[in-house]
Design a binder for this molecule. Structure first.
Ligand code: ADP
Ligand code: MG
Length: 235
C-alpha cells in the first residue's frame, strides 16, 4: 500500500452563514492523481485551501504526510504547493521573479540566481513547448502563459503534494497534454497530485481516483478503473 499523503477527516468550514464544507473526508496517496469533482459552489476550492493551510477548518482533521499544518507557511514547509483557481501573478514583474515569488527563505539560500534562471527557463520550455525569455514582463503575456507561470511556480518547489485548482481552464488541448506528461513524471517521483476540474473527459484520462463533493459533503470516492463519465454523473 502506498503512503498516505493527505488525510482529511470530517472537515467543516463555514463563512458566516454559508456552509462551504459540511462534512468532507478524503485520502490521497503518494504517487497518485486524485481528482476532486463537484458542481459549482460544492466546496472544491475551499477544500483545496484547507489542504494547503490557507483556510483553517472549523472542525475536523487535516493531516499532510502525517503532520498537521496550521499556516500556509507550515504547509509549504511540509511540501504542499497549491495552484489557486485565481491566476495570481504580478504583472509588473518579470516571468523569473513571478516564478520565484514567495520562494525566498524556502529556496533562497540554497539555489543561486543563475541556477534559478536555468531551472525556470527549462521548466517553462517543457511546459510551454517553446522557449520564453525569463526576463519578459509578465503583464505583456496572454492569460494562458500566466496560468503556466502559476503552475511552474508550484512545480519548482518540488512539492510532495501538488494541488491544481482548475489549472487547465485556460489551456488548449496540446498544452493540457504537456501538463499531463509532467504530472505523470511527478507521480513517478511519488508526488500526490490533487486536481480540481469540471472537465469530466479530462479527469477520466488522468485521474487514478476521484472524490466527489456535493453541497460541501463527500458523496463518494471512485477507485482506479471505476472513473467513468456515467458514474461521475450519477453521483
Ligand atoms: P467550488 O470551488 O466548488 O465552486 P467554493 O469552495 O469556491 O466552491 O465555494 C463553496 C461555497 O462557499 C460557495 O457557496 C461560495 O460562495 C462560498 N465561499 C467560498 N469562499 C468564500 C469566502 N471567502 N467568503 C464567503 N463565502 C465563500
Ligand atoms: Mg472553485
Amino acid at each position: 500500500m502506498p503512503a498516505v499523503s493527505v488525510e482529511i477527516s470530517k472537515v467543516r468550514k463555514t463563512f458566516g452563514p454559508t456552509v462551504a464544507l459540511a462534512d468532507v473526508s478524503l485520502r490521497a496517496y503518494a504517487g497518485e492523481v486524485h481528482a476532486i469533482i463537484g458542481g459549482n459552489g460544492s466546496g472544491k476550492s475551499t477544500l483545496a485551501k484547507v489542504i494547503s493551510g490557507v483556510l483553517i477548518p472549523d472542525s475536523g482533521q487535516v493531516s499532510i504526510l502525517g503532520k498537521a499544518a496550521t499556516t500556509p507557511h507550515e504547509a509549504r514547509e511540509l511540501g504542499i504547493s497549491n495552484v489557486f483557481q485565481e491566476v495570481l501573478v504580478a504583472d509588473e514583474c518579470s516571468v523569473l521573479d513571478n516564478l520565484y515569488l514567495g520562494a525566498d527563505g524556502l529556496l533562497g539560500s540554497t539555489v543561486n540566481k543563475e541556477e534559478r534562471r536555468a531551472n525556470a527557463r527549462a521548466l517553462m520550455a517543457e511546459l510551454l513547448g517553446f522557449e520564453l525569455d525569463p526576463d519578459t514582463l509578465t503583464g505583456d503575456l496572454p492569460l494562458s502563459i500566466k496560468q503556466w507561470i502559476t503552475i511552474a511556480r508550484a512545480m519548482l518547489t518540488r512539492p510532495k503534494v501538488l494541488i491544481l485548482d482548475e489549472s487547465s481552464a485556460a489551456l488548449d488541448f496540446e498544452s493540457t497534454e504537456r501538463l499531463f506528461r509532467k504530472m505523470r513524471e511527478m507521480k513517478r517521483e511519488g508526488t500526490a497530485i490533487l486536481i480540481v476540474t469540471h472537465r469530466i473527459a479530462e479527469l477520466v484520462r488522468i485521474a487514478d481516483r476521484a472524490t466527489v463533493l456535493r453541497d460541501g459533503r463527500t458523496v463518494g470516492t471512485l477507485e482506479e478503473g471505476g472513473i467513468t463519465e456515467a458514474r461521475i454523473l450519477s453521483l
